[in-house]
Write a protein that binds this ligand. Structure first.
Ligand code: CP3
Length: 346
């Protein structure tokens, strides 16, 4: 048997192989568009408790896999468990999103020790072990974390939305911001390494707020911390592939793909496949980039958009995915239809 033939399709593509039928998974594939998730969610009093319950997190991961023949599972957790574990207050407001006590309101920023934070995240690693034990053959398990800048913006501002205050802080309090990013680099590296130790087959780093940064600042708050993060993850003995997803990075995806040490590049909705081919190193696996809104609309518009993505990425090692997370308004029927179209091929 040729080398790699037993590997899940996702891992083969991450190793640079081009498959006739690309593997597919969907960012935020477990979540509120599934009625069974909404039911399960009522069993925990808040979202962080849900994330810290290995039984509930495992069940949430399994739900989409029972419905759809997906090629990967992603750990059920959140990028904001890291600030929570570092001792910042984090909570979720129903229908609005995450809230944190903003660092920008405080003259001095202090954080817990990375090692202590990782101890507090033990239930996450227990969830990874349980998920791994429950996964069907051929389905790869993805561990993840938010990138330092993206998690840092939430910590600075205390919420999502416009990132103007976080960007101003880079100019106003550069040393404080860089120190924050260093704490996040170390804690996130240990967090990712612990997920791999518990059974994750590969990793994704979500840089959801890569947009709107001048190139020099992009270097300083995105590329350098991500490079340090990946170097540190490797120094901790991790060898699995790492997907970087710099959403909104635009013309800076080339620098990101070439300079951070990632093994595969997540492509957002606005970016063309041809631009990504030119920008990324030769042969790098590319993941993306269907518009999540097509999963709300469905029908032939969805079929056409899905096939356009297949055609656009045909010549690359490609992982079919969305260009951003699935929305609560998407329907399970449309997801089923999408997976059917992708598996049918061109
Ligand atoms: O299948 C999966 O991918 C589930 C695991 C997952 C969640 N969040 C669960 C979740 C992952 C990979 C994330 C990543 C995440 N979290 C990101 C990066 C990806 C992206 O979309 O850009 C970000 C920025 C966050 C922070 C965060 N957490 C936001 C902005 C929200 C949405 C708030 C809302 O209510 O819409 C969350 C909450 C959250 N994380 C939910 C889920 C399923 C919904 C909350 C709930 O179910 O009660």
């Amino acid at each position: 048997m040729a080398e790699g033939e037993n590997l899940p399709a996702l891992l083969r593509v991450l190793n640079g192989e081009r498959l006739e039928t690309p593997p597919i998974w969907i960012m935020r594939q477990a979540g509120r568009y599934l009625p069974e998730y909404r039911e399960l969610r009522t069993r925990a009093k808040n979202f962080l408790d849900f994330c810290y319950s290995p039984a509930l997190a495992t069940e949430a991961v399994m739900q989409p896999l029972r419905r759809f023949p997906l090629d990967a599972a992603i750990l059920f957790s959140d990028i904001l468990v890291v600030p929570d574990a570092l001792g910042q207050k984090v909570w979720f407001v129903e229908g609005e999103g995450p809230r944190l006590t903003p660092l920008l309101g405080e003259p001095k920023w202090t954080f817990g020790e990375p090692e202590k934070a990782i101890q507090r995240l033990a239930p996450v690693y227990e969830a990874v072990e349980r998920i791994k034990a429950n996964l069907p053959a051929g389905v790869a398990l993805i561990g993840f974390a938010g990138a330092p800048w993206t998690v840092g913006t939430y910590m600075l501002q205390g919420r999502g939305g416009e990132k103007d205050e976080a960007r101003r802080a880079i100019y106003e309090r550069p040393d404080d911001v860089y120190a924050l990013l260093d704490v996040l680099v170390e804690t996130t590296a240990q967090h990712l390494a612990a997920q791999v130790k518990a059974g994750a087959d590969c990793l994704q780093i979500f840089e959801s707020w890569a947009e709107g940064l001048p190139p020099a600042i992009f270097q300083r708050v995105i590329i350098q911390p991500t490079r340090k993060l990946i170097d540190r993850v490797r120094a901790l003995g991790v060898t699995v592939p790492i997907i970087g997803f710099p959403r909104g990075a635009g013309v800076q995806i080339g620098a990101y793909a070439n300079e951070t040490g990632i093994n595969a590049l997540g492509i957002d909705t606005q970016t063309t496949a041809d631009y990504a081919f030119e920008a990324a190193p030769e042969g790098m696996a590319l993941q993306g980039n269907l518009d999540p809104q097509t999963l709300v609309v469905g029908g032939e518009a969805l079929d056409r958009a899905a096939r356009d993505v297949l055609i656009a990425f045909k010549s690359a090692p490609h992982i079919f995915n969305l260009g951003h997370g699935i929305t609560p308004q998407a329907t399970p029927e449309n997801v089923e239809r999408l997976v059917r179209v992708v598996k049918a091929g061109l």
